[in-house]
Design a binder for this molecule. Structure first.
Ligand code: NDP
Length: 234
């Protein structure tokens, strides 16, 4: 029987590939969006993850439509790059809010029903940058590193209730986010990736789907790199 899955930022990019991957195997999949509407075949809820009210409303809508969330994928994220010396405090705070505090918001909202069900899967989309660091991305890297502490703490707090919490740390993926990088920067990145290419979104989705599957029932608190070898050793 299909499970109730919620993917934040599942209206496009990596999130959409993750949402489609769950839908293909027969799960009921809801995605958040901020006005674009839901892609075909997916249930859409309007939600800005920086708003606790929006998050609560979105979960209520998902619960009414397909039952309590059994698989939560916290994927929505932003970048606001700049060198430390020039970075405005708002740019730091906004990225932390959208990437890390939002993950806490959705995990918290999902947890009560998962605890009651004595089962649940949470997957947080981090980044290789959270482990390696990245010049010009102090805000983004800090937010993505924070997801590791968040997920591992949830794994410890809620493990006895049958809930797993894992992190997927993609390297560079073919999406809008990477298409915006200057050509020179793209070449520099590829030179450091042992597999010499970007990831396809489906290669991230497959790992997320695995972590939510029965086969991954004994995996919790893990950080799974999907980075073509870029972050090896971290
Ligand atoms: P995109 O920029 O293509 O999409 C970002 C998604 O996040 C969109 O769905 C966007 O919604 C949503 N989003 C952003 N802010 C909010 C918000 N406040 N409330 C609700 N939704 C929001 O990103 P990617 O698909 O590339 O990235 C997805 C995740 O993967 C991110 O967490 C990113 O950091 C991470 N990642 C990406 C990598 C890459 O190479 N692309 C590498 C490593 C990690 P909307 O359409 O409304 O803007």
């Amino acid at each position: 029987m299909g499970r109730s899955v919620l993917v934040t930022g599942g209206n496009r990019g990596i999130g959409l590939a993750i949402a489609r991957s769950f839908a293909e195997q027969g799960d009921s999949v809801a995605v958040t969006h901020r006005g674009s509407g839901a892609p075909d075949g997916l249930f859409g809820v309007r939600c800005d993850v920086t708003s606790a009210e929006d998050v609560d409303r979105a979960f209520t809508a998902v619960e009414e439509h397909q039952g309590p969330v059994e698989v939560l994928v916290s994927n929505a994220g932003i970048t606001r790059d700049g060198l430390l010396m020039r970075m405005k405090e708002d740019d730091f705070a906004d990225v932390l809010d959208a990437n890390l505090t939002a993950a806490y918001r959705v995990a918290k909202r999902a947890s009560a029903k998962m605890v009651r069900a004595r089962s649940g899967r949470m997957v947080f989309i981090s980044s290789v940058v959270g482990l390696l660091g990245s010049a010009g991305q102090t805000n983004y890297a800090a937010s993505k590193a924070g997801l590791v502490g968040l997920a591992r703490s949830i794994a410890r707090e809620l493990g006895s209730r049958g809930i797993t919490a894992n992190v997927v740390a993609p390297g560079f993926v073919e999406t809008d986010m990477t298409a915006e990088l200057p050509e020179k920067r793209q070449q520099e990145i590829l030179a450091q990736v042992p597999l010499s290419r970007y990831a396809h979104v489906d290669e991230i989705a497959g790992v997320v789907r695995f972590l939510a599957s029965d086969a991954a029932g004994y995996i919790t608190g893990a950080v799974v790199p999907v980075d073509g070898g870029l972050g090896m050793g971290h």
